[in-house]
Unconditional design. Structure first.
Length: 198
């Protein structure tokens, strides 16, 4: 495996969208987006997928990914996107998308453990670490399940900026764009169209 350059390209410095800091599954769906020069895929090869999982603390750095595991990660991303779209449309998701998420949940189910900390005993559900890549997918699927079934699900929204396709959690009902950058781009396009129309 080639050494990964940890100096991130400029497009990795996209402003994070609201909700990504709490939901890794939302960040996963947002790893494919469009910029002025075209489509960007932050998971375009095994090294990039490995780096993304490591940065999100879902995979130990020493664990390499093979092509099949990357394919499953990409499949989960597309399944989650389909589930988000179905939720927003108040529709049923495609059966294969639901099956992909459920397969990821079942691949490395968490095992209940009794943990004892300074605060005393408490239950801890630990993912199966026998297959770290499957555990990462299971954690992402569980994260998405928590998002879609939790109180914040009603805030899940796709950015209204043309071509953006990123999802975020709306902090207030009037918010339509994932970042101020998208909002400014839409307003600038409207202003340009209005000037051109005159």
């Amino acid at each position: 495996m080639r050494a990964v350059d940890h100096e991130a390209p400029v497009y990795l410095h996209q402003l994070p969208v609201p909700g990504e800091e709490r939901y890794a599954s939302l960040a996963l769906v947002n790893t494919r987006f469009t910029l002025s020069h075209g489509q960007v895929d932050l998971l375009d090869d095994a090294d990039a997928a490995h780096l993304w999982l490591v940065r999100h603390e879902l995979l130990p750095d020493r664990v390499a990914l093979n092509g099949r595991q990357v394919g499953r990660l990409l499949g989960l991303r597309e399944a989650l996107r389909a589930l988000f779209e179905a939720y927003a449309a108040q529709d049923r998701p495609p059966a294969e998308s639901l099956a992909t998420v459920n397969a990821a949940l079942a691949a490395a189910p968490p095992t209940p453990r009794l943990a004892w900390t300074a605060d005393g005993p408490h239950r801890a559900d630990e993912p199966d670490t026998g297959n770290p890549a499957a555990a990462a997918l299971s954690l992402l699927a569980e994260d998405a399940t928590d998002l879609l079934t939790g109180s914040e699900a009603a805030q899940l929204t796709e950015c209204a900026a043309q071509g953006c396709a990123r999802w975020f959690l709306r902090s207030h009902g009037a918010r339509r764009w994932c970042t101020t950058k998208c909002g400014n781009r839409v307003r600038a396009a409207r202003a340009y169209a209005a000037r051109k129309g005159r």
